[in-house]
Design a binder for this molecule. Structure first.
Ligand code: EPZ
Length: 420
């Protein structure tokens, strides 16, 4: 297995290009199940989760060609509606094939995704909503068996909790349902917005895009004309590099960003004392004269994203004072705490609240990645630790970050990928 070796202490400089958003691309690839003809998707990030989703669709009978961050995909040839455990276990987001497969074919079997390091990650809200649309759902031997022989029908769905992939699954199911669906308490993440916009451009009538109430007119199982499109920039990758600039107190520039998606992240960094220069698709973070401790809770978009919680925890280690972070979305998203403490951090946990002592003197150590965003937090800490940090199990990192070590090397970090 690969690991990353980092020599701490370097300032960063220069420019880094941000890739397409993994969490936008995954539902959009699943949405091609609804397409009446092949199409091309541009600005796909070359990360493992994307290839897992493409492999899953190929396993269902679709075909695709991938090169230079773009894929030409033909899902019209799908002739199998069983998403097998061996692929689904690699990536929970495989559950995003459930809604479109059921809407198009009236029957499908999708392996239960299982939990992951950050939490149990149930899909009860997805299944309850599909039942409201007329589906018969059975759980058997680890599979969701879903049937809607007469097709799905429009319904009013109220999500008890805001769920990103739950909203995405139901938006795709509603697109081919018979009649109107209203989704109340819908997720508003930019990735959900892009999925709605792509379906709207394909002729699906959707109102309320970007709000917490979506109204969707279904096509009654008529496939839709999804046009070629470009995936939005990855706001979490961008936020991670802003934290790399912040934690080394350097000036770096990010290109190909959509800063409208970064508001809560930028505001938090400004609160800590950092400055920014914002242009069209570029953003430059500039050093802070004094880095203030912060207190925040993670919440659904447009609030502070849970996917940036670990990175900000690493950053708060260098703040002047004590910070507190409340993780509100996931029950176990503090796996990086023990690893950071092994590097000399002083972080204490009380249920969902972490208390982080600032002005930490970190030293390099062997640490273990546990989930995608925790991995990047350990890399950030390694950038400022005295000595050598080795981050193991970086297959977590490779699921969601394009060439992280290469991009950081180009910014001046002393980091390399080695083999155990
Ligand atoms: C999406 O996961 C993202 N993944 C996650 O990013 C992100 O952390 C999360 O949204 C929150 O923003 C993708 O988009 C592929 P949820 P998702 O359903 O949809 C509970 C990353 O790092 N819930 O919004 O699975 C759930 O347990 C990943 O890129 C139910 O109880 O998250 C959680 O506590 C990690 N029942 C909360 O809702 C359900 O049926 C939010 O989960 C569904 C969710």
């Amino acid at each position: 297995m690969d690991y990353l070796e980092i020599q701490g202490g370097n300032k960063l400089q220069g420019t880094v290009k941000i890739d397409g958003a993994k969490n936008a691309a995954l539902p959009l690839i699943a949405a091609t199940i609804l397409a009446k003809k092949p199409l091309t998707i541009y600005n796909l990030p070359a990360v493992n989760d994307i290839f897992t989703m493409l492999t899953l669709l190929e396993n269902l009978g679709a075909s695709y060609t991938y090169e230079n961050n773009q894929v030409h995909i033909d899902a019209t040839t799908i002739n199998n509606t069983t998403a097998i455990y061996d692929i689904v276990r690699k990536m929970r987001a495989s559950i995003l094939t459930l809604g479109p497969l059921l809407a198009r074919f009236g029957i499908c079997e999708v392996s239960l995704p299982g939990g992951c390091a950050i939490g149990q990650r149930p899909i009860d809200l997805h299944l309850k909503a599909l039942e409201m649309m007329g589906a018969q759902i059975e759980i058997k031997q680890g599979y969701v068996i879903a049937k809607a022989p007469d097709g799905l029908r429009g319904a009013t769905i109220v999500f008890d909790k805001i769920t990103v992939t739950g909203t995405e699954n139901i938006v795709m199911a509603a697109a081919l349902a018979k009649g109107t669906s209203t989704i109340i308490n819908a997720a508003k993440e930019p990735e959900v917005v892009q999925l709605c916009e792509v379906l709207q451009d394909a002729g699906v009538h959707i109102e309320g895009i970007g709000s917490d109430e979506l109204v969707i007119e279904g096509t009654n199982q008529e496939l839709i004309n999804i046009k070629d499109f470009t995936v939005i920039p990855d706001r979490i990758e961008a936020g991670t590099y802003l934290c790399a600039g912040a934690i080394t107190n350097s000036a770096i520039t990010l290109e190909k960003v959509n800063h409208a998606h970064l508001v809560s992240i930028i505001l938090k960094l400004q609160e800590m004392g950092y400055d920014f220069e914002i242009e069209k698709e570029k953003i430059t973070i500039k050093p802070a004269s004094r880095i203030k401790a912060l207190k925040f809770s993670t919440t659904e978009y447009p609030g502070f994203p849970t996917d940036m919680q670990a990175q900000f925890m690493a950053l708060s280690l260098i703040a002047d004072g004590t910070s507190t972070i409340e993780e509100r979305l996931f029950e176990n998203r503090f796996m990086h705490v023990s690893e950071l403490n092994r590097m000399g951090a002083d972080i204490t946990l009380n249920n969902h609240i972490a208390t982080i002592e600032g002005n930490a003197k970190l030293y390099g150590a062997d640490v273990m990645a546990t989930d995608l965003r925790a991995s990047s937090a350990l890399v950030l800490a390694g950038l400022i630790a005295t000595g050598t940090t080795k981050v193991h199990r970086i297959y977590h990192l490779d699921r969601g970050y394009v060439k992280l070590e290469e991009k950081l090397q180009k910014l001046g970090a002393k980091i390399k990928r080695l083999r155990e």
